[in-house]
Design a protein around this ligand. Structure first.
Ligand code: KG4
Ligand code: ZN
Length: 352
């Protein structure tokens, strides 16, 4: 079908973004990469809470049930129809293959039916792009700390679409460590926000948990030793019949994570002479990390950006924003676009 009318303002690029890489079915309409007209998120948390974590097969089925209605609502909240849209952007990876396939298939079907360009987006690049939404003056180059459930990276965004990975986790992602420690503390999934909450009542200096240093890679992370130290501490208390102050454990664990993330990020900014730092990913919603990153920036006179909480965890607006900049760079995916569960930051070749 041909695109028959064009209700866009001259100079306006209107992107419909679709996200389904994990346990949120989300869609949004964003103008010129920064102005959000709608942002609809259907969270599957209540479904997965029963199992203590995301069950990929159940997630896929939930996405199938919701994806069309979420997209329809994103369009109607924005007061747009497909004819007003310049391109459809969709998360192609990284993520869970089944959930990714649902969003990719929906986006391909829409692009085909409405004769619209299709842009495959990297989920992590989407998290970084969340910073463009509320900070109209933000431009690369900047250093981004991306901390989510599946990934922890320090990235130098040199230009739109050009990324250099300076550091990454060797084992668990920061959010994964939060979720595992939460489970050990008897807190329900998703554990990150619950640990954050509990930590506010605890003493971050109460227990000395390790901060891993990796000799040959100063910006890499390792959180599995920290997670094991927390588990060992809890087991030790149980065996010796010592009562556990869970708030102190949460606060001390959180301090160890936040110290390492913050220190590595600003060390990278200094080494690469970058004067702007951004925070991104689900763990960017963490109150202690937000505070530490902001005050470290202030101390160093660095320009700092962090998204509002709604743009930290998975959402369609960040995908539409990243999709806009990719679209402006001339990037297009064909209808052969596939889900790429292990897509790397900056990797364009596998985006159809
Ligand atoms: O980015 P995201 O929504 O999904 C992935 O791309 O992985 O991140 C989800 C992760 C989960 O591990 C969740 O526990 C963590 O972000 N998270 C938090 C907080 N809010 C979400 N971790 C710590 N403190 C929070 N307030
Ligand atoms: Zn995410």
């Amino acid at each position: 079908m041909e695109k028959i009318s064009n209700a866009k303002e001259p100079g306006e690029v209107v992107i419909l973004g679709v996200e389904s890489s994990c346990d949120e079915t989300a869609a949004a309409v964003v103008v010129n990469g920064r102005q959000v007209l709608s942002n609809v998120i259907h969270s599957q948390i209540p479904v997965h809470t029963l199992y203590g974590g995301v069950v990929p097969e159940i997630a896929s089925r939930e996405h199938i049930k919701r994806v069309n209605q979420v997209i329809r609502k994103a369009l109607s909240d924005a007061g747009k129809t497909l004819q007003d849209i310049s391109a459809v952007a969709v998360t192609a990876g990284p993520g869970l293959v089944g959930p990714l396939l649902v969003g990719v298939s929906a986006a391909k079907a829409m692009a085909f039916a409405a004769g619209l360009p299709l842009v495959g987006v990297n989920h992590i690049e989407g998290h970084i792009a969340a910073n463009f939404i509320e900070h109209p003056d933000l431009e690369p180059p900047f250093i981004a700390l991306v901390a989510s459930g599946g990934h922890s990276h320090i990235v130098l965004m040199e230009d739109y679409g050009t990324y250099r990975i300076l550091g990454q986790t060797r084992d668990d992602a920061a959010g994964e460590a939060y979720d595992k420690v939460a489970r050990a503390l008897g807190l329900p999934y998703p554990g990150g926000p619950k640990v954050d909450q509990l930590a506010r009542e605890g003493n971050p200096e109460a227990i000395s948990f390790p901060r891993a240093k990796i000799e040959d890679a100063p910006y890499d992370f390792s959180f599995s030793g920290l997670k094991s130290a927390v588990l060992n501490y809890l087991n030790g208390c149980e065996m010796k019949n010592i009562p556990v102050n869970k708030a102190d454990v949460a606060a001390s664990f959180q301090k160890a994570v936040v110290d390492v993330l913050t220190e590595h990020t600003y060390r990278a900014a200094e080494a690469y002479h970058v004067r702007t730092v951004c925070l991104a990913g689900g763990v960017a919603a963490n109150s202690a990390l937000r505070q530490a990153m902001e005050s470290a920036a202030e101390k160093r006179g660095i320009v700092y950006s962090q998204p509002s909480l709604i743009y930290c965890t998975d959402n369609g607006a960040m995908i539409a924003s990243a999709g806009y900049f990719a679209y402006q760079n001339g990037e297009r995916s064909g209808l052969t676009l596939n889900a790429v569960p292990n897509l790397k930051i900056g990797e364009k070749g596998r985006l159809g």
